[in-house]
Design a protein around this ligand. Structure first.
Ligand SMILES: Cc1cc2nc3c(=O)[nH]c(=O)nc-3n(C[C@H](O)[C@H](O)[C@H](O)COP(=O)(O)OP(=O)(O)OC[C@H]3O[C@@H](n4cnc5c(N)ncnc54)[C@H](O)[C@@H]3O)c2cc1C
Length: 465
């Protein structure tokens, strides 16, 4: 058995890799100010896997006047050590992405440096806490400029500064940042919000939670819990409730559990790299079929719940009504009524830019798919129509030509799905979506300063001899 080399040794090798790959070395984006205020080249909102790897990708292209902010404390970014209740990632362990093709920056290299090659061989899937720890190491070892505890509010365009005004709130006070480009890496729900079904309207919150919520599972010991949804999160939460000693009944709308995962189908170069190059009709046809295929729990997640005697599955059982009966809730389905002490809904999120505080001032200026494409009736999905109609690098496009500056804002969230395929909020999409994002940003920065660069060329007189 080969002894693990340890993280310090890995970091030394990585530092050498980065210096070997450092060409071209020169920082190139001219610094800008406005009325004495510094202007960032790029502000990245969100320090999860998408925001961190976008920052690294920018720095590799020598765009360094950047800042990443996150509302959450350091180490708590994203869902991994917050509301994610699965044991491991669903993504296969060998999937790369944040490493940008640098072997010693991969999750595998980080893991092997601590647990050896044999340890890697025996690892089946990546525990979620380890993924969060890897991202923490990634951020520290690359020296990424991140500020935690900073929440970005409603963005607005400052035409004089040719930059975004990004108001921020934090414990140390409010500040408005200026940035030429902004990347919204705000998460899987970053273009909408986690959503509970309307059937729960009027039911006091003390009787139910969404899987995104903090849930006191200890209080569910010996209780009867109803769970709605058949995606991974519904089963994850059902399992945690079962492990806490509850009896759990899980309800879903379809006749049977979905057992084919379109996301696994999608993990090949063609789709990951070139969905964004298709015509609108084909883009829509692919993604509407994804939606039609539906969500499923990974096999180990399903087994985790099914292994409990107190677990029951209810197919073709949407909740048609929910009402309180004394200190309990009564759920009505086409197959009967069921009384519970508590309900958990795993109904995911909706995409709707009007729900995003960051886009409060911009929501009516951003082109949506419903503005640009009318699908055949058989492919109609209203939620998909509310997705932004993005440019090839994930830039928002203006609803009308009067606001071209909208394209200085980049959507690096799950909402890139119809336009780009797997863009933000997908581990398996990072490898191909990051270069597209950064190409779009460096292209805009260079074009906007092209006259400046021409002047620098004309003024260039570094004598060769
Ligand atoms: C429970 C769960 C399990 C998942 N499992 C997998 C998996 O196994 N494989 C996979 O590929 N994908 C998985 N995903 C999908 C996706 O990879 C994750 O959602 C991942 O966290 C996305 O990374 P991200 O960096 O885009 O967003 P996040 O990790 O969510 O980070 C976004 C950050 O933005 C910050 N933020 C948001 N708005 C603001 C604001 N206005 N100001 C400042 N900060 C802000 C948030 O605090 C958050 O930390 C899972 C998602 C969930 C919810």
């Amino acid at each position: 058995m080969t002894a693990p080399i340890g993280l310090p040794a890995l970091e030394t090798t990585l530092a050498r890799d980065l210096s070997l790959l450092g060409y071209p070395h020169r920082d190139w984006v001219p610094l800008r100010t406005h009325l004495g205020r510094p202007i960032l080249d790029v502000l990245v909102v969100g320090a999860g896997q998408s925001g961190l790897s976008a920052a690294f990708a920018l720095m590799r292209e020598k765009v360094k006047n950047i800042l990443v902010v996150d509302a959450k404390p350091e180490g708590k970014e994203g869902p991994w050590v917050d509301f994610a209740r699965m044991v491991t990632l669903r993504t296969p362990k060998h999937v790369t992405g944040p490493d940008l093709g640098i072997p010693n920056l991969t999750f595998q290299a980080w893991y092997e440096a601590q647990h050896g090659a044999e340890g890697w061989t025996t690892l089946k899937l990546i525990p979620k806490e380890l993924w969060a720890a890897y991202l923490g190491w990634y951020r520290r070892t690359l020296g990424l400029p991140v500020r935690n505890g900073v929440r970005v509010g409603a963005l607005s365009w400052n035409a004089q500064a040719q930059a975004w005004e990004a108001p921020t709130t934090s414990a140390s006070g409010n500040e408005t940042l200026l940035a030429r480009k902004v990347v919204l890496a705000t998460g899987i729900d970053g273009a909408g919000r986690w959503e509970a079904p309307s059937v729960l309207q009027g039911v006091p919150k003390k009787f139910w939670s969404h899987t995104r919520d903090d849930i006191d599972f200890g209080a569910l010991k010996g209780k009867k819990v109803g769970v709605l949804g058949a995606g991974a999160s519904a089963f994850d939460n059902a399992s945690v409730a079962l492990e806490a000693g509850a009896e759990v009944a899980l309800f879903f709308r379809r006749e049977k559990l979905v057992d084919v995962n379109p996301y696994r189908w999608a993990e090949f170069t063609g789709f990951l790299k070139h969905h964004s190059d298709l015509d609108d009709a084909r883009k829509w046809a692919f993604i509407s079929h994804f939606v039609k295929m539906g969500q499923l729990p990974p096999a180990d997640t399903l087994a985790r719940a099914r292994n409990h005697p107190g677990f029951s599955l209810h197919a073709a059982s949407p909740w048609t009504a929910v009402e309180t009966v004394g200190e309990r809730v009564r759920v009505t389905t086409p197959k009967g009524t069921f009384d519970f002490d508590y309900l958990i809904v795993g109904t995911g999120f909706v995409t709707d830019l009007s729900l995003r505080p960051e886009l409060e001032n911009l929501k009516d200026s951003i082109a949506l798919w419903s503005d640009r494409y009318t699908p055949p009736e058989s492919q109609r999905f209203d939620d998909l129509g509310r997705h932004p109609f993005l440019g090839s690098s994930g830039e928002f496009l203006p609803k009308d030509p009067s606001s071209p500056w909208i394209s200085s804002l980049f959507c690096y969230t799950f909402a890139g799905l119809p336009s780009l395929g797997f863009a933000g909020a997908f581990i398996s999409g990072l490898k191909y979506s990051l270069p597209k994002l950064v190409d779009g940003i460096t292209r805009q920065l260079y074009r906007e300063d092209a006259d400046h660069f021409l002047q620098t060329l004309k003024a260039y007189d570094a004598k060769e001899f």
